[in-house]
Design a binder for this molecule. Structure first.
Ligand SMILES: O=C(O)CCC(=O)C(=O)O
Length: 412
């Protein structure tokens, strides 16, 4: 019998993971290179910004310039059409640019992997970096990797850990941020059992749920509901090994993955480990969406790369000027600035990018703190220092089927 493993047992994913993890070439030589299909650039812009051409910053080259195992090389990256209401200005609410400027691509392998190249304004990136560093890890109902360690210690000592209060640590560790690896919220991911439970569930932040809801509508996933999230914190030498996210009851719903700070090689393959993965470059502000077949694909992060530019620090860290009125029913608009005492919008003033009348996102509209925070964003040396050496990933999932209100309940 041959010593060679059969094709079925070769872990192609792992071989490629190792290759990218130990890459010795200057990482910058990978940037801006697309040798998959000989095409330098394609136009992926959906709006009327026709001159924008890119594509080179999504697919990274393979080892030794080999070709990926896709049958149709020509179509390895396609433009993904989106649909949005140009009257609706709510994107500004969450620090997004107008969808007409978004550059949206879909890979043909694995099918259904969508990448939106940084749709955020610099202030938008700063907002979410600040949320993930200053708020989420300190929320009383959210769980960090340090809390989880404490939980495991208590279990060892035979102490009860049924409630969060039994194991949640007080944050008083001066090395907190160097130890921080993850935070879970909504349904808490259980790293040991991989099973969600109603007992381990916190309220999902409305600003994040609404923003992802808005993006999902634009992509045509109208029923998406953010119910669980993991914030992952990467140092320059961190990796995340290949895995498939199967904990969710509803594995058909897309998964949204937001990246901030330093760049990552995101290695995503097929349903088995013997399909050769695609190396995808995720840069600050990029949103990857695992939908369709790619939702259950092996994926991981073998390498963090220095960001080629600090897009969260670009000069346009200012608020867009109010646009001219384009609706007759402006009197119905909601006043968004009042609580901040900075700008008060009366019913006849021009439509501001922060105003909209989309019923759907009322929670964010009524949450004045989102807007106040965006407007009064304090970009501290701590935030700048942290993000110049780290990558943050916000991984957002739907857990339940539409109409299901809990893991134990019947459908509504
Ligand atoms: O950091 C990333 O881009 C991926 C994170 C991930 O795969 C996960 O949290 O399951």
């Amino acid at each position: 019998m041959s010593d060679q493993p059969s094709d079925e047992t070769v872990d192609v994913y792992r071989e490629n993971f190792k290759y990218f993890k130990t890459l010795s070439k200057s990482p910058t030589s990978l940037l801006g290179v697309n040798n998959h299909n000989g095409k330098e650039t394609i136009n992926l812009c959906n709006g009327d910004v026709n001159d924008v051409k890119w594509s080179t910053d999504i697919l990274l080259p393979y080892p030794n310039n080999d070709q990926p195992p896709v049958t149709n090389q020509e179509d390895s990256l396609l433009r993904r059409e989106i649909s949005y209401n140009s009257q609706c200005k709510c994107y500004g609410m969450w620090g997004l640019r107008s969808p007409k400027e978004w550059q949206v691509a879909e890979l043909t392998f694995p099918k259904g992997l969508i990448v939106i190249k940084n749709p955020f304004t610099p202030i938008g990136q700063r907002y979410w970096i600040s949320r993930t560093l200053l708020d989420f890890p300190h929320h009383v109902d959210y769980i960090t990797n340090m809390d989880n360690l404490n939980r495991l210690h208590k279990i060892k000592e035979g102490k009860p850990v049924n409630k969060l209060a039994d194991f949640k640590l007080d944050v008083c560790d001066r090395n907190f941020y160097s130890k921080l690896r993850w935070v879970t919220f909504g349904y808490h991911h259980d790293w040991n059992t991989k099973v969600y439970s109603e007992e381990r569930r916190s309220k999902f932040p409305e600003d994040l749920a609404d923003m992802v809801g808005y993006i999902s509508q634009i992509l045509g996933f109208s029923n998406f509901k953010a119910e669980a999230a993991i914030a992952n914190y990467y140092h320059m030498d961190s990796t995340l090994s290949g895995h498939v996210d199967r904990s969710e009851v509803n594995q058909g719903a897309p998964l949204f993955s937001l990246s901030y700070g330093q760049s990552a090689i995101f290695l995503i393959g097929g349903k088995t480990k013997n399909e050769r993965p695609q190396p995808v470059l995720l840069q600050s502000g990029d949103i990857a969406i695992m939908s369709g077949e790619s939702r259950l694909s092996y994926h991981g992060v073998p390498k963090i790369l220095p960001a080629s530019s600090e897009t969260w620090n670009m000069n346009d860290v200012t608020y867009p000027k109010p646009e001219s009125p384009d609706r007759q029913d402006s009197h119905k608009r909601i006043k968004l600035y009042d609580a901040c005492n900075t700008v008060t919008v009366d019913s006849t003033s021009p439509l501001s990018p922060y105003e909209h009348d989309c019923e759907h996102f009322k929670t964010t509209i009524n949450d004045q703190s989102v807007l106040c925070r965006l407007q009064n964003m304090k970009w501290t040396p701590f935030l700048q220092n942290y993000i110049s050496k780290s990558r943050i990933n916000l991984n957002i999932r739907q857990v339940l089927f539409p109409g299901q209100i809990s893991l134990v309940s019947e459908f509504e």
